[in-house]
Design a protein around this ligand. Structure first.
Ligand code: F3S
Length: 237
């Protein structure tokens, strides 16, 4: 058996948080998400958590598991040992148990305008992108917006209006995309006191990303690009 210790809190009736303990049969290949479903279906039907694809693609089931943010669907119980302690994503209000309110998270995402912006005449059929151009955004496009980076970022903990690693990574995904041609607007969206320079290069986001993306590196590239674009404007070239 594996013992699950799960954060419980219902803000509509609980005064304080607690951890509930459940024994889950440790079957071969058991994932943390399997364990949560076992609890929901057999031990406590009131347990709240999010999940959808069960394949590490949708980003719904990110949570804090044994000291690290991970996707519960792709995290096996066996390497974690006999005890599994689960908390919700941090820095966001808890709606119930492991479910957090993602309104602020997606508000920041919307602010960076997560779609192609181009000043050019749209192509008749499709935007052509060469392999070398595609390579420039290769490491940025796989983000599934799970929130693990946001939950791990101490700057986001102290400043809820900071854009956060997820939104800044998405900004980079468009800034370095050859099909997006409105650099000036893009830079203005991130060049403010709650944007790219609020990142203190703490690297937690890089360590926890379940898709092995590096938001800190993308943010560093955007800091450079922002400085260069301002210098170019200053010297008028
Ligand atoms: Fe936060 Fe990542 Fe920057 S953890 S401070 S966004 S390097």
């Amino acid at each position: 058996m594996a013992t699950f210790h799960i954060f419980r809190f219902d803000p509509t009736k609980d005064k304080t948080i607690r951890f509930d303990r459940f024994e889950v049969p440790d079957k071969k290949g058991l994932t943390v998400l399997d364990g949560l479903y076992y609890i929901l279906e057999n031990l406590d039907g009131s347990l709240a958590f999010r999940s959808s694809c069960r394949a590490g693609v949708c980003g719904s089931c990110a949570m804090h598991i044994n000291g690290q943010y991970r996707l519960s669907c792709t995290t096996s119980v066996k390497p974690l040992g006999k005890n599994v302690t689960i908390r919700p994503l941090a820095h966001l209000p808890v709606l119930k148990d492991l479910v957090v309110d993602l309104t602020n998270f997606f508000r920041h995402y919307e602010k960076i305008k997560p779609y192609l912006i181009t000043n050019d005449q749209p192509p008749k059929k499709e935007f052509i992108q060469q392999p070398a151009q595609r390579k420039k955004i290769e490491s940025l496009i796989d983000c599934i917006l799970c929130g693990a980076c946001y939950g791990s970022c101490p700057v986001a903990a102290g400043e809820p209006n900071y854009l956060g690693p997820h939104a800044l990574l998405k900004a980079a995904r468009f800034i370095f995309d050859s099909r997006d041609t409105n650099d000036r607007e893009r830079i203005n969206l991130i060049n403010h006191n709650l944007g790219v320079f609020r990142c203190h290069t703490i690297f937690n986001c890089q360590q926890v990303c379940p898709k092995k993306i590096d938001p800190s590196e993308a943010i560093a590239r955007m800091k450079m690009k922002t400085v260069w674009s301002k210098l170019r404007g200053f010297f008028g070239s």
